[in-house]
Design a protein around this ligand. Structure first.
Ligand code: GDP
Length: 299
């Protein structure tokens, strides 16, 4: 979390500087509130949240001087309210063996890295983990997952590049069941060049997994790169429709000016947020907590 507040410095200081500029030597009026709302929109918080914060700032303060700290406190409070509703841990239901987690998202969002970090987290909790290299489209993705498997000392089910990802998923769920694994993490392809094909493939992966275990996948995690800002909204839309996303992981929150997008997403889709990625290392994954994130954003 120290890494997060450091990482979100770029988000919070942009916000803080703009707010400080606005409130000095002025009394609060309608124009100032509109300016504050603009600053919040530029911080990617979304129209609803920005409007709500601006209204809360104005409440009972018209024609009075207001400090930047007062504004920040309101921002932190309102953001925390939004995030409290979605900050939920990923619960591994041990009645499912394996508990199958499908990891989806566009290429480069941090899927493979997140799987590596999750494998480490789950192993540390004493769970028997298995990985499946379901992004069969890219040789590099398969290799990268194997490296994470070695690092975590967990087996990786992988096929040749270009092989069918659905049949790989079938093989992996069967292997994890036969090997008594607690958790199976399945990587998937995320090429956006052909979105329709990708979504058809993802639907097929889900369908085939159900042939082995009708209750699976037990979690569908969408990995989102914070640095893409507003684009994250359309990614949620597309993947949720296709794969039934059950929770989010937001990566690259270290050093982005666009961390506010998580607030806009949470307000709009209300999907559980489980983890955040704050670096490339194996330990750079943190459970998501509303208060810390809100404080980090408000600065
Ligand atoms: P995938 O294509 O979705 O599997 O994405 P990768 O896991 O290969 O990640 C893409 C790049 O983002 C890699 O260089 C990762 O090291 C990097 N990355 C992933 N998560 C984070 C994060 O939380 N912070 C930072 N700074 N980099 C990350």
């Amino acid at each position: 979390w120290r890494r997060l507040s450091g990482g979100l410095k770029r988000t919070s200081s942009a916000l803080g500087t703009a707010v400080a500029d606005l409130v000095t030597k002025r009394k609060l009026d309608r124009a100032m509130l509109e300016d504050i709302e603009d600053v919040l929109l530029r911080a990617d918080l979304g129209t609803e949240v920005a409007a709500r914060i601006s209204a809360a700032v104005g409440h009972g303060r018209y024609d009075k001087a207001i400090s930047a700290d007062e504004v920040k406190t309101v921002v932190a409070t309102e953001v925390e309210k939004v995030l409290s509703a979605v900050a939920k841990p990923l619960v591994i239901d041990t009645t499912h063996k394996p508990f199958v987690i499908l990891v989806v998202g566009v290429n480069g969002s941090g899927k493979t890295t997140t799987i590596g970090k999750l494998a480490s987290t789950f192993s540390a909790e004493g769970r028997k983990v298995m990985l499946a290299a379901g992004d069969t489209f890219r040789a590099a993705a398969i290799e990268q997952l194997k490296v994470w498997g070695e690092r975590n000392k967990v087996p990786v089910i992988a096929g040749a590049q270009g092989s069918d990802s659905a049949s790989l998923a079938f093989t992996a769920v069967t292997a994890a069941r036969d090997d008594n694994r607690d958790v199976l993490l399945i990587d998937t392809a995320g090429r956006l060049q052909n979105k329709t094909e990708l979504m058809v493939e993802l639907e097929k992966v889900v369908r085939v997994i159900k042939k082995v275990d009708a209750t699976a996948p037990h979690a569908v995690l969408l990995v989102l790169d914070a640095t893409v800002g507003q684009n994250a909204l359309s990614q949620v839309e597309a993947f949720h429709r296709t794969a039934g996303v059950t929770g989010l992981v937001m990566t690259k929150l270290d050093g982005t000016a666009r961390g506010g997008i998580l607030v806009a997403l949470s307000e709009k889709y209300k999907l559980p947020v489980h983890f955040i990625g704050v670096g490339e290392g194996i330990d750079d994954l943190a459970p998501f907590t509303a208060r810390d994130f809100a404080q980090a954003i408000a600065g």
